[in-house]
Design a protein around this ligand. Structure first.
Ligand SMILES: NC(=O)c1ccc[n+]([C@@H]2O[C@H](COP(=O)([O-])OP(=O)(O)OC[C@H]3O[C@@H](n4cnc5c(N)ncnc54)[C@H](OP(=O)(O)O)[C@@H]3O)[C@@H](O)[C@H]2O)c1
Length: 259
């Protein structure tokens, strides 16, 4: 059975992808750690849209997570036509004082799991000569960010990696898109211990998903969600890194240096 696999589908942008694609009649495989939330979402989407929705409760930072997930989708006969690598988290603070275990876990989730899953499912997409991979990066990927150093670097990896493999796979009829949202109204800020940085007028996860799906239809390798975020990204890309880091560093240093 053809299906779309979405990581980090228990809330936020991942859940918005699940709701939107279920309405477009995609069968779904939903992955996150929260079994209860995934179970409820699958029941809801199956009832409302007459699709098949299966969930796998899994910590994607576990060393064998990609092979376990792949074995599970194979066992159930799912042909993963769309892969949405969305699970991720961030942190804010002075890197020297952040918990290193958590920073390393972030690299495992935001980078290692994404690369491993992309590699596994890409093999089958190549055989079928069709597929879509959406890798959720961030506007943080366009410049180094002091006091979000690890997070911004993980997302820079995701954008760079996705753009490169988008080109490699263009002739195989596989679309790869790096989706770069700006601040979006989800649990992200709470999970990153950055609740005070939540701002007004953030994008909704639904708007981010709409942007992603339009980009896939156009075969775009990178897309920034929202015009303001696009303008900020262009500024981040064109301005020398030392100027961006000085400006952001001066703004955030008082908030973090003595904490
Ligand atoms: N919100 C923003 O402002 C923003 C901006 C740019 C980019 N992004 C990116 O968008 C993506 C989605 O984030 P979001 O904003 O929707 O945040 P969110 O609401 O916190 O969602 C994160 C999702 O990832 C899952 N997850 C976290 N750790 C996991 C693990 N170890 N194994 C498996 N699943 C895990 C969470 O589910 P469980 O807790 O149930 O595991 C949840 O479903 C992330 O890659 C994030 O970096 C967000």
């Amino acid at each position: 059975m053809k299906a779309t696999l979405i990581t980090g589908a228990s809330g936020g942008i991942g859940k918005a992808f699940a709701v939107k694609l279920a309405a477009e009649k995609h069968n779904l495989v939903l992955v996150a750690r929260s079994a209860d939330k995934l179970h409820e979402l699958c029941d809801e989407l199956m009832l409302e849209h007459q699709i098949t929705a299966h969930y796998v409760a899994l910590d994607l930072t576990a060393p064998d997570a990609d092979s376990r997930l792949f074995a599970e989708t194979e066992k159930h006969g799912f042909e993963i036509e769309w892969l949405i690598n969305n699970a991720g988290f961030g942190s804010m603070g002075d890197f020297a004082r952040l918990d290193i275990e958590s920073e390393l876990k972030m690299i495992n989730l935001n980078i290692t799991a994404l690369v491993a899953l992309t590699h596994r499912y890409l093999q089958k997409m190549r055989e079928r000569k069709s597929g879509v991979i959406i890798n959720v990066a961030s506007t943080a990927s366009f410049q180094p960010l002091p006091f979000m150093a690890t997070y911004a670097a993980t997302k820079a990896f995701v954008t760079s990696f996705s753009e490169a493999i988008a080109e490699e796979n263009r002739s195989h009829n596989i679309v790869v898109t790096a989706l770069c949202p700006g601040p979006t109204d989800t649990n992200f800020f709470a999970a990153a211990n950055a609740e005070p940085f939540k701002m007004k007028g953030m994008e909704t996860p639904e708007a981010v998903v709409e942007t992603a799906l339009n980009a896939v239809r156009r075969g775009q390798s990178t897309v920034v969600s929202g015009w303001t975020n696009y303008a900020v990204s262009v500024f981040g890309t064109l301005t020398p890194n030392f100027l961006v880091t000085r400006t952001i560093g001066s703004f955030l240093r008082p908030k973090f240096e003595d904490k």
